[in-house]
Design a protein around this ligand. Structure first.
Ligand code: SOE
Length: 383
């Protein structure tokens, strides 16, 4: 490894996303030869006791119980936002204002107006900013984009994208923050629909320009959550209203003339994290399913689909890891994300997906909600 300048990271939040981001910051320098060495300087969370316990477990040097203190610290140059959507904009604006680089979990914000403010701040600030659509950094998804760029699919006609989970099928599963509009902004649509919108736009290089949508909330009332608010939360005897969608389905048009269908649901019994995308072009097709994330299926037309095992050293990101056939997991996508972010900071390049890319996704989410509210009427995505 070369001599590297240390850069301090301050992370806000330590639940699922905080844990997986910690793993990325901790391991990235051991596998990628980077110009900057991240130091896991500060972790912020509201409860001192729990934040200290999380910091000790995840490897952070210090804690703050107010993210505003973290943002002010001289030993923090990167602010990593792993909180629910209702605080993304406020934290990002303060961090950018303080001259920090900002990595923000997805979706970028809870509303288009917040996302617009974040883009304005990012464009005016000296720091770099990136939204954490980690599935772009699955080697097979990055390879899919390479195939499209190389013209191996020809003219793209269809995109078929699904994100299927089942963690709230049980009506007794409690009302965690992801099921509350004021905290999460939207339900399956924002949480996982945003990933497939970003993936579709990333792989095809085309934007979603209009949609016709329907959304559904199957279970309208749930037990309030006991202490933990995570995906493994337990409930109490009191109940409350679910204020987000459980499922969102929409069809859309892409800027390059393709047509697309999207389905995001937390009610696909048996599907745990089936983030899937299939693309059909005039010359070939591609298919990907995160539940078999080391594989990409390619068809050049004639003999159906062939499986590409995306574990070769010349596949995106793979060369830094294990010998062919050994495979990567969910956590590696975040390691790749922080690797790309650190490189952009070091070289002065603009990292992607940018806050502007996050805003574009936010506008699609808004159009989907609008269309669903208007009885599936075709709705243009704002420019
Ligand atoms: C829950 O649906 C969740 O943790 C999402 O919030 C993540 O973005 C996704 O990667 C896994 O599922």
């Amino acid at each position: 490894m070369s001599d590297r300048t240390t850069i301090g990271v301050g992370m806000v939040g330590y639940a699922f996303m905080g844990r997986v981001h910690s793993q990325a910051w901790r391991s990235v320098g051991a596998f990628f030869d980077l110009p900057l060495a991240p130091r896991m300087a500060v972790l912020a969370g509201r409860s001192k006791e729990r934040t200290e316990a999380a910091a000790a477990q995840l490897g952070w040097d210090a804690v703050e119980t107010d993210w505003r203190e973290l943002v002010k610290r001289d030993d923090v140059q990167i602010v990593d936002i792993c909180t629910p959507g209702d605080s993304h904009a406020e934290i990002a604006l303060a961090a950018l204002e303080a001259g920090k680089h900002v990595l923000c979990e997805k979706p970028l914000a809870n509303t288009v107006a917040e996302a617009e403010a974040m883009v304005r701040a990012a464009e005016a600030a000296p720091g770099k900013s990136m939204v954490a659509f980690n599935y772009r950094r699955v080697p097979a998804v990055a390879l899919a984009r390479r195939y499209v760029e190389e013209g191996r699919l020809g003219k793209i006609r269809h995109v078929r994208a699904q994100y299927l989970q089942d963690w709230i099928v049980d009506p007794e599963f409690p009302l965690v923050w992801r099921l509350q509009k004021d905290k999460a902004g939207a339900g399956a649509l924002g949480d996982i629909g945003s990933h497939i919108i970003d993936a579709a736009q990333f792989v095809t290089g085309q934007n979603v320009v209009g949609v016709s949508a329907l959304t559904e909330t199957f279970i309208k009332e749930r037990p309030l959550a006991a202490e933990s608010a995570g995906l493994g939360a337990t409930g109490t005897s009191a109940t409350g209203q679910v204020t987000v969608d459980d499922a969102a389905l929409f069809i859309g048009r892409l800027s390059g003339g393709a047509v697309a269908s999207f389905e995001a649901t937390r009610f696909a019994t048996g599907r745990k994290n089936a983030m899937r995308i299939e693309i059909n072009g005039s010359l070939g097709s591609l298919a990907f399913d995160f539940e078999a994330m080391n594989e990409l299926w390619f068809s050049a037309g004639g003999g159906g689909f062939e499986r590409i095992l995306v574990t070769e050293p010349d596949h995106p990101y793979v060369g830094a890891w294990w010998p062919p056939g050994h495979g990567l997991g969910y956590e590696h996508t975040f390691t790749h994300e922080v690797k790309d972010f650190l490189e952009a900071i070091a070289t002065g390049a603009d990292p992607t997906p940018s806050f502007a890319d996050g805003l574009r996704v936010q506008r699609v989410l808004a159009a989907v909600e609008q269309s669903a509210a208007d009885g599936s009427r075709y709705t243009n995505v704002e420019d």
